[in-house]
Design a protein around this ligand. Structure first.
Ligand SMILES: C[S@@+](CC[C@H](N)C(=O)[O-])C[C@H]1O[C@@H](n2cnc3c(N)ncnc32)[C@H](O)[C@@H]1O
Length: 360
C-alpha cells in the first residue's frame, strides 16, 4: 500500500503513517516521506510494515553519513536531519505530557554535537571482525568506525590487536572519569556494569540545569537513584552545608560515589525501602530523583508524599512513565516546569528534567 509518514515514534523510532484510523509503523522512514510499504503485522488498532520504496522523499530526509546506518541496531534516525530529529523529540514529549496541564515547557536542549558524543561502546566480535548486532538480530554488522562514538574510541577500536579479536566475544571501550581509555574484555561483571551517562557534554548541561531549576533554599536534600553520584556531586558542591542523603540499589555504584563524596549519607538499597526507613525531616527539602526507564514504583510516590519535600526535580529517560508518576503526585504536587534534553542524537531516546512544587 501507499502511505504518507507524518511523524516518528518513541516506540522503536519507527515512522508513523495512518490509514482508515489504523496507525502503521514503518522503520527507516522520515516524516513527510511518501512511501510504498508491505504490511507485516495487522492488529485492530495498529499495523507494522516494511518499507518497499520511497515514492517521494521528505525534505528532512538525508543520506546517513554512516555506511551501516539502517542495518546496525544502534542508530534509528540517521536518515533524518538533526533539526527534524529535535522537532520529533519535542513532539514525543508534548504527546506524552498531554494529560498534564498548567506547566511551563522550557526550551528544548538539543545536543551540542549530533555525532561523536558517546564515551562508551560495546563491540561484538565474530570471526576476528568487530561491529554491532544488526536490528533485532544477533548477526554482526562489521564496522570501521562508529559515527556516534567519541573519536578516541574509534582510534582505539582501529588499533585492536589480533589477540583482542581472537580471544573475545565482546569488548567494551570506554573513556573513564579519569579521562583514560579502558578496554574491558569478555562478559561484563554485573557488579561492574554501573550506570553512567554516556554523553559527557549533555551530562554537564543536565547537571547545570538541575541546579538552575532549584527554587528553594533547602534545609535538607536527597538524591534518589543516585548511581555513582553523578547528580549528587554538583548538589554537594552547590549546597556544602546542607545534609544530603543519596540512595542507590547497586553497592558497587555507592562505593564509587562514596569515594567522591564521603561526607554525605549513602544508603544502598531500594528507594522505596530506604524512604520507608527514614523519618520525615523538618524544614524545606529538595529531592532530586532519576529513576530507570520504568519510573517510580507506586510506593516511592507514596513515600515522596510522606517526606513532603518543598520541591522535587525529576530527571527521566522515559516521558510516558514520567507522565504517569507526575499524575500520581497530584494534587499534593504541582508540575511547574518541564525541559526536554537530547542525550542521544540519531536515536529516538529523549530525556527530560521536571520541577514539581508542593501544593499548599
Ligand atoms: C538512570 S540511572 C541514574 C543514575 C545517576 N543519577 C546518574 O546520573 O548517573 C538510575 C539508577 O537507579 C538505580 N536503581 C534502579 N532501580 C532502583 C531501585 N529500586 N532503588 C534504588 N536504585 C535503583 C540503578 O542502579 C541506576 O544507577
Amino acid at each position: 500500500m501507499e502511505l504518507t509518514i507524518d511523524s516518528l515514534s518513541y516506540n522503536g523510532g519507527r515512522g508513523v503513517g495512518r490509514t482508515d484510523g489504523v496507525v502503521i509503523f514503518v522503520p527507516g522512514t522520515a516524516p513527510g516521506d511518501r512511501v510504498r510499504v508491505r504490511l507485516t503485522v495487522r492488529k485492530p488498532r495498529f499495523a507494522e510494515a516494511d518499507l518497499l520504496e520511497i515514492l517521494e522523499p521528505s525534505s528532512v530526509r538525508r543520506t546517513p553519513p554512516c555506511p551501516v546506518a539502517g542495518r546496525c541496531g544502534g542508530c534509528s534516525w540517521q536518515h533524518v536531519s538533526y533539526s527534524a530529529q529535535v522537532e520529533q523529540k519535542k513532539k514525543i514529549l508534548n504527546d506524552s505530557l498531554r494529560r498534564l496541564q498548567g506547566f511551563e515547557v522550557l526550551p528544548f536542549l538539543a545536543a551540542p554535537a549530533e555525532f561523536h558524543y558517546r564515551n562508551r561502546i560495546q563491540l561484538q566480535i565474530q570471526n576476528g571482525r568487530y561491529g554491532f548486532f544488526g536490528k533485532r538480530s544477533h548477526e554482526l554488522v562489521a564496522i570501521e568506525e562508529c559515527w556516534i562514538a567519541e573519536p578516541a574510541l574509534n582510534e582505539k577500536m582501529r588499533g585492536l590487536s589480533l589477540s583482542d579479536l581472537s580471544h573475545n566475544r565482546r569488548l567494551e571501550i570506554a573513556l573513564g572519569e579519569d579521562n583514560k581509555l579502558h578496554l574491558t574484555t569478555g562478559d561484563r561483571d554485573p557488579e561492574a556494569a554501573l550506570f553512567s551517562q554516556v554523553n559527557r557534554a549533555q551530562n554537564l548541561v543536565l547537571q547545570q540545569r538541575i541546579l538552575q531549576l532549584v527554587q528553594i533554599r533547602p534545609d535538607w536534600l536527597m538524591d534518589l537513584y543516585a548511581g555513582a553520584g553523578n547528580l549528587t556531586l554538583p548538589l554537594v558542591t552547590h549546597f556544602p552545608s546542607v545534609p544530603l542523603l543519596a540512595a542507590e540499589l547497586s553497592r558497587a555504584s555507592v562505593e564509587r560515589g562514596k569515594a567522591k563524596a564521603p561526607a554525605i549519607l549513602w544508603r544502598v538499597g531500594d528507594v522505596a525501602k530506604v524512604l520507608r526507613g527514614e523519618r520525615p525531616r523538618s524544614g524545606s527539602g529538595l529531592i532530586v530523583l532519576d529513576p530507570p526507564r520504568p519510573g517510580c514504583e507506586i510506593e516511592v510516590i507514596e513515600q515522596l508524599k510522606r517526606h513532603r519535600p518543598q520541591q522535587i526535580i525529576y530527571v527521566s529517560c522515559n516521558p510516558s512513565t514520567f507522565a504517569r508518576d507526575a499524575e500520581r503526585l497530584l494534587p499534593d504536587y504541582r508540575l511547574e516546569k518541564v525541559q526536554g534534553l537530547d542525550m542521544f542524537p540519531q536515536t529516538e531516546h529523549v530525556e527530560l528534567i521536571a520541577s514539581l512544587r508542593a501544593a499548599h
